[in-house]
Design a protein around this ligand. Structure first.
Ligand code: MRU
Length: 338
């Protein structure tokens, strides 16, 4: 396969490499993802993360395995193993459905490679379209609050919600970004803060519990988040803590926008109740671990509830900003384009 490089994925020497998102920003380590076990382990550990990126990494690996001579039945098995790597983000399933069609073709090796590269190129384009559509909603002088990480690290392009913020900043419309640290795994504090710094966009980091008081003090003009799955009725699964922000935004009369590519839509899923929510290890809540080391503060036997995502009901969403354009509550799902 041709050489390829995005912010957090590389194909070189016919091998997939990932930028370890658990070590960022203190360390920039590129790790190989040579086989299915390696990639699944990177995905479980969130070294590869973000809804679009998970799907793209799985697709690229399958194409590379085919080029290395893996036979069709084993590729089919690998595809299903990758599909089960994380349950909530539907981009993984949507991308692999397309790879499965390619796998069914007679010349499946080149079909898989073409399809994986097409998915990467499309994702870049989808991000650009989202950024353009979304920035039209950003009013001059905006102070925007965002959650988790939705930037170039999580996609093959400029990102989704963060892509909108970056585009609107280039247009001179963003005065400030409030970055939720995003407990428990700190995607905001580690990744979004790093990306905003690289982009030269002014930001301040807050703990998740500070959003309410900022809104009460009229310091937030809009909330922008990404999505891991959008159900047919417009309910959105996204990083845990998103729902609290939506409730707060509603109470304070602040617009709440969701930015995502159409690969995040799941029209087979009737509503948020039907979205599978990943439960994660207790250790993520009883302490913290990273390139800085690890620490546990909770009692050894503390019982923990740790869902990775929550569901924001459609009624709390001001608009869904997709690559196909802005969809308002009156027009969802007719204009979602799925
Ligand atoms: O657990 P993560 O870090 O993969 O969760 C990521 C999110 O919730 C993002 O908001 C979502 O995947 C959109 S990324 C463009």
């Amino acid at each position: 396969m041709q050489t390829l490089r995005t912010t957090s994925l590389q194909v070189r020497d016919n091998q997939l490499w990932i930028l370890d998102q658990q070590a960022l920003p203190q360390q920039q380590n590129w790790l190989p993802a040579a086989d299915v076990d390696a990639l699944v382990s990177h995905i479980h550990a969130l070294r590869v993360r973000g809804a679009p990126l998970i799907g793209l990494s799985a697709s690229l690996l399958l194409a590379l395995l085919a080029e290395h001579g893996m036979p069709q039945p084993e590729l089919a098995q690998a595809l299903e193993t990758l599909r089960a790597a994380r349950p909530t983000a539907v981009n993984l399933m949507n991308n692999l459905d397309r790879m499965k069609l390619a796998l069914g073709q007679r010349d499946f090796v080149s079909a898989l490679s073409r399809e994986a590269l097409r998915l990467v190129a499309e994702d870049k384009q989808l991000c650009d379209n989202i950024a353009r559509a979304g920035s039209a909603l950003v009013t001059p002088g905006s102070r925007i609050l965002t959650h988790c990480n939705t930037g170039g690290l999580a996609t093959a392009g400029v990102g989704t919600a963060l892509g909108v913020i970056a585009h609107a900043h280039q247009q001179g419309k963003v005065s400030h970004v409030w970055v939720d640290e995003t407990r428990p795994l700190l995607q905001g504090g580690r990744l979004t803060a790093w990306e905003l710094g690289e982009l030269g966009i002014p930001y301040q980091l807050i703990t998740d519990s500070m959003a309410a008081s900022l809104m009460a003090r009229k310091q937030v003009d809009a909330v922008w988040v990404g999505a891991d799955r959008i159900a047919a009725n417009g309910d959105v699964a996204n990083k845990i803590g998103t729902y609290s922000l939506a409730v707060l935004a509603h109470y304070h009369n602040i617009p709440f926008y969701v930015a995502a590519p159409h690969t995040t839509l799941d029209m087979q899923c009737p509503n948020g109740d039907a979205i599978p929510i990943e439960q994660r290890a207790a250790s993520e809540v009883t302490g913290v671990a990273g390139s800085f080391g690890s620490v546990q503060w909770a009692p050894e036997d503390a019982r923990v509830y740790n869902p990775a995502f929550d569901v924001t009901p459609a009624a709390l969403i001001s608009a869904w900003v997709l690559d196909t354009g802005v969809v308002t509550p009156e027009n969802f799902p007719a204009e979602a384009g799925a």
